[in-house]
Design a protein around this ligand. Structure first.
Ligand code: FAD
Length: 295
């Protein structure tokens, strides 16, 4: 089936207008459409009304507000890749966006759409989880916030309910933080076979806090929680990172598919987690980031 079923189309002229439209049953937000339209063509999604939010410039921004980097849900992948502010504070965004799809998808696909699609292979879900970001969900009743780590309820399922819209993602900015993302795909522009992101906050050469996000390997909420816990309070260095990477590989749940068998994906998780940790530590200014750390 290559043709969507009948659908009504509404172009929202303001966030308030979008929220009013979304309060009706069987409505769906249309952002970049890169995931939703193919799903409609396959009839895996059959909304009765599409609410197009592409005109809402008020949701398309990347800015610093106090100690938080705030990213509007309608910021495009390309905007995040182009943002010097985002890249300076969190190089992990540029690492990831360079390998999300291709330039055409990045020009139109949105940060909010990526999170709301909740595809287990979505790169930004792991990135925002590693960064311990907060999602701002808006409705006619106002805003509510939820950690990105609690945002995804399962594959293709999020905490955004009827009449609601993901409006913004907030990333806490802390001194002494470094970050990195490492992905293996079968070819340029493809989805991950596996990927790992790390956000490290250091106190001199001790790890004060670690965030580790995993993509496409069945990690609960995209997070390697056991490995993060292991790293807290440990010295920066190859031994800590190798042990944490092994823990991350042990606790994820990859499935065998056309992208590879389980043991290969676990091997990738261990290798990519260690690489991401080394680069994150080097970027945070650690003197002992470990062999192979490159900024
Ligand atoms: C060829 C191709 C390759 C790709 N490769 C990759 C890849 O390597 N890595 C990767 O991470 N992604 C990849 N993607 C996905 C890409 O990142 C999409 O942009 C993303 O999945 C969806 O963003 P969108 O803005 O197009 O959302 P849409 O398709 O418009 O929407 C997706 C879903 O989110 C909902 N939604 C959108 N915005 C909001 C909002 N603000 N509030 C509430 N609900 C909302 C929609 O209703 C829909 O259910 C690829 C896509 C394509 C087509």
């Amino acid at each position: 089936m290559q043709v969507p079923s009948h659908v009504e189309y509404e172009r929202a002229t303001s966030v308030e207008h979008a929220l009013a439209l979304l309060s009706r049953p069987e409505t769906r937000v249309l952002a970049g459409g890169h995931s939703l339209i193919p799903m409609m063509k396959l009839r895996l999604a059959q909304p009765e009304v599409l609410v197009d939010i592409n005109g809402l410039a008020e949701l398309a921004y990347i800015r610093l507000a106090g100690d938080q980097l705030c990213i509007g849900a309608l910021a495009r992948h390309a905007d995040l890749l182009d943002s010097a502010l985002a890249g300076e504070l969190f190089p992990i965004f540029h690492d990831a966006e360079r390998v999300v799809a291709d330039p055409i998808v990045r020009l139109w696909g949105t940060v909010g759409g990526s999170l709301c699609q909740a595809d287990p292979s979505e790169d930004l879900s792991a990135v925002f989880a590693a960064a311990r970001a907060t999602a701002v969900i808006r409705s006619q009743d106002g805003d509510r916030t939820i950690p990105v780590r609690a945002f995804h309820l399962g594959p293709y399922e999020t905490a955004v309910g009827r009449g609601e819209l993901l409006a913004e993602i907030r990333v806490p900015v802390r001194p002494g933080t470094g970050s990195a993302y490492e992905k293996v795909a079968r070819r340029v522009g493809d989805w991950s076979v596996a990927a790992a992101g790390a956000v490290l906050r250091l106190d001199h050469d001790t790890i004060a806090e670690a965030g580790i996000g995993l993509t496409a390997v069945g990690a609960e909420h995209f997070v390697a929680a056991e490995a993060e816990e292991f790293l807290r309070g440990r010295p920066v260095g190859q031994d800590s990172f190798a042990a944490a990477a092994a823990i991350a590989a042990e606790h994820c749940h990859p499935v065998a598919d056309q992208r590879g068998p389980q043991d290969y994906k676990r091997h990738l998780v261990a290798e990519l987690t260690a690489r991401a940790l080394r680069r994150a530590a080097a970027r945070a200014g650690a003197s002992q980031a470990g062999a192979g750390g490159r900024a």
